[in-house]
Design a protein around this ligand. Structure first.
Ligand code: PGA
Length: 265
């Protein structure tokens, strides 16, 4: 088995893969959300080899982390606006996310960008998250690919914008999730070999923009991840973890995915 880059923490210990469960606009009701979380807590207890981050809809974000104190899972907001407070009907702020005891926030998910979020918005959100001690999970990804490789320029521009206000010494406070739009919700994930190339490109880009700490940037893959491909992506895709949509909204499928990546071969 080709293992491209051992996931090692700075103390030399093997690093747990980060698995982000992006619930998107699921489930329909609070009782179902609580049941999902109970199932995920059990999964996390059985599988200490994975670092699980749950990103529920904002309406559940203040309650779920409180019922999970001491459990082995963390929380992310799916989106937040830069800053503390303001006249922004329907929005939640980074400060409110922090207050809800989430540690992470997705920034620039493709579905947010499709609804009008700009590179300038991601820049402001990343800066605000870092200033509050939240870890931004910066989502980048192209709509389509051509053989001329223009998608690389597109990804570079998204990264450049998102990292504009990130100090060279704060690069490690960020995570980048590469999610090609053509793979989100698709029937197949991107091949791990292509992800390996993209992970190198992303780290090289941040190295150029922000110095050598870019080489240690954590890069995740997202787009049609499930139990059948998660292990290969982690082993061969040169990634620190996975951003999971559909397969994270069903407790059995999610348990199977976590089993697939934590069970010894
Ligand atoms: P998917 O979604 O796993 O359903 O493809 C991933 C995402 O949008 O984060």
């Amino acid at each position: 088995m080709r293992r491209t880059r051992p996931r090692l923490a700075s103390n030399g210990m093997a690093r747990k893969p980060i698995i982000v469960a992006n619930w998107k606009m699921h489930p329909r009701a609070r009782a179902e959300a609580k049941a999902m979380l109970t199932a995920i807590k059990k999964i996390a207890e059985r599988s200490p080899g994975a670092a699980i981050i749950v990103a529920p809809p904002a309406i559940y974000l203040s309650e779920l982390p409180r019922t999970s104190a001491g459990k082995k899972i963390h929380f992310a907001a799916q989106h937040a606006r830069a800053g503390d407070t303001g006249a922004y009907t329907g929005e939640i702020s980074m400060a409110q996310v922090k207050d809800a005891k989430a540690r992470y926030v997705l920034v620039g998910h493709a579905e947010r960008r499709a609804a009008g979020e700009s590179d300038e918005d991601t820049r402001a959100q990343v800066a605000s998250a870092i200033s509050l001690g939240l870890t931004p999970i910066i989502c980048v990804g192209e709509r389509e690919r051509s053989h001329r490789g223009e998608h690389l320029l597109f990804i570079r521009a998204q990264l450049r914008a998102a990292f504009t206000d990130v100090a060279d010494t704060s690069v490690q406070k960020c995570i980048v999730a590469y999610e090609p739009i053509w793979a989100i919700g698709a029937s197949e994930a991107m091949p791990a070999r292509q992800m390996h190339e993209m992970a190198i490109f992303i780290r090289k880009t941040i190295h150029e923009l922000r110095g050598e700490r870019g080489q240690d940037l954590k890069v995740l893959y997202g787009g049609a991840v499930d139990e059948s491909n998660a292990r290969t992506m982690l082993d061969e895709g040169d990634v620190a973890g996975l951003l999971v949509g559909r397969a994270a909204t069903n407790a059995e499928e999610f348990a199977a995915l976590i089993r697939a990546i934590t069970t010894k071969k």
